[in-house]
Ligand binder design. Sequence first.
Ligand code: TRP
Length: 462
Amino acid sequence: MADQRQSVHGFWKGRFAFFLAATGSAVGLGSIWKFPYITGENGGGAFVLVYLLCIAFVGVPVMMAEVLMGRRARQNPVTAVGTLAREAGATTRWAGMGLLGIATSYVILTYYVGVTGWAFAYIFRAGSGAFLGASPEKVSSDFGALLGDWKVLLGWSTLMLAFTGATVMGGVQKGIERAVTVLMPGLLVILLLLVGYSMAEGAFMEGVRFMFAPDFSKLTASGVLVALGHAFFTLSLASGVMVAYGAYVPAETSIFKTAVAVVAADTVVSLLAGLAIFPLVFQYNLEPGAGPSLIFQTLPIAFGAMPYGTFFGTLFFVMLFVAAFGSAISLLEPTVATLVEKFKLTRTRAVVYSVLVAWAISIPSVLSFNAWSGIHPFSGVPGFEDKTIYDTIDYVTANVLLPISGLLIAIFCAWVMKREATCDELGLGDGATYRTWRFLMRYIVPLSILAVFLNLIGVLTF
Ligand code: TRP
C-alpha cells in the first residue's frame, strides 16, 4: 500500500471515525426524504428489492473504488486522479474527472443547503405546535408560504452554509470527525424512537407490507433506473466525496469491510425512515405516492392528528436536519481540500472563499421558488421546458453529472489503473472478493450506468 504518501489534512482517528464520516455523508436528504417518496411513487416492495440489488452490486464496488483512489494518492480528488493516472502510465488529463467530481459536489451543495434550511425551519414550526389539528390545506399553504418568501429561505440557507463552513474549518479530526461523532449516534437514537412511535400509533403492518411485499406488477423499467440513480446519490458517490474522505483513511483499514458497513448503515437508515413514515401515512389514509412533498406536506398532517405529534414531529425534523447536515459537510470538503492543496491556502481561507461563492450561487436556487419561479433558463431544450433554475441544477447534477462521473470512475479504476495497483490497495489478495470487485467494475457498473443515462436522456426507452 502507498503508505509513503501522507495527506496534508491528517487522518481519521481510526476506522470507526471514517465509518461515521462516510455514513454521515451518505445518510442525508437522500435517505430520509427522497428514498421514502420514490419508494411511494414506484409502488413499494418490488422497487425496494431492486434498489437493494443496485446498492449491493453497483454501490459497494464504486464506493470501494473511490476510497481506494483517495487512499492510494492521499490527495484531493483532482490531484489524486492525476497522480494515479501517472502511476498507471496514462494521460494526466484524467485529473479532469476529479475536477468534474468536485464541481458536482460543490454545485449540489448550493441547493442542498436550501433543503437543509427547510428542515431546520420545520424544527421550529413543528416545535411551536403549528401542525396541531392542521388541515391538509393549512399544512400545504404553510409550506407554500415558506417557499414563497425568499428572504426567509435565504436566511435559512445562509445559516446552513455558515454552520457547514464552521465545521469544515475545524479540519478532519477537530471539525468533521467531532461533528459526526455526535450527530450520527444521535440520529440513530431519534430514528429508533420514531420507528417505535410508528409501531405504537401508526398502521405499522400496513407500512411493512407496503415496503417489503414485492408486487412486481407495480415495477416499471423507469423504476429500475430510478433505483440505480438513487444508489449513487444516496451513497454520495461520483462526486469526489468518497475520494476526499478516502485520503484520510488509515493504511490498515479494510476498504472492503468499511464500504460494506457504510452501505449497510445507509440502507438500514433508509429502510427505517420508511418504516417511521409509511405507517403514519397509512394510519390517516394519506397518499404514499405524494412525491417530494411527502415529508413537508403529507407527514405534518399525520403529526398534527396524532397523540404526542408535536413532540415526535419536532424530533422528526431534528433528525432530517442532522442527516442533511452530515452530508452538507461532506459536500464542502472536496472543494476545500483541493483549494488548500492546489493554491496553498490555509483551511480557514479556503472555507471562507468557497462558502462565499457557494452562497452567491445558491441565490438563484432560492429565488427559483418565488421571485424567479417563472424563469426557465433552458426552456428551449426538450424536457427542460418547465424547469426552474433549481430544478435544472438538481436534474443536471443528479442525472447527468453523477452518471458521467460514475462511468469514468469505473473505466479509470478497472481499465486504466493497473490491476496490481488496485489489488494492492484493496489488500484483499487476488482471491474471489477481489476478482468479483473487478468484474463488477469492468462490466456491470459501466453497463448499468450507460443504460440509466441513455434512458434519462431519452435515447433508450423501456
Ligand atoms: N448522500 C447524501 C444524501 O443522500 C447527499 C450527498 C452527499 C451527495 N454528498 C453527495 C449526493 C455527493 C451526491 C454526491 O442526501
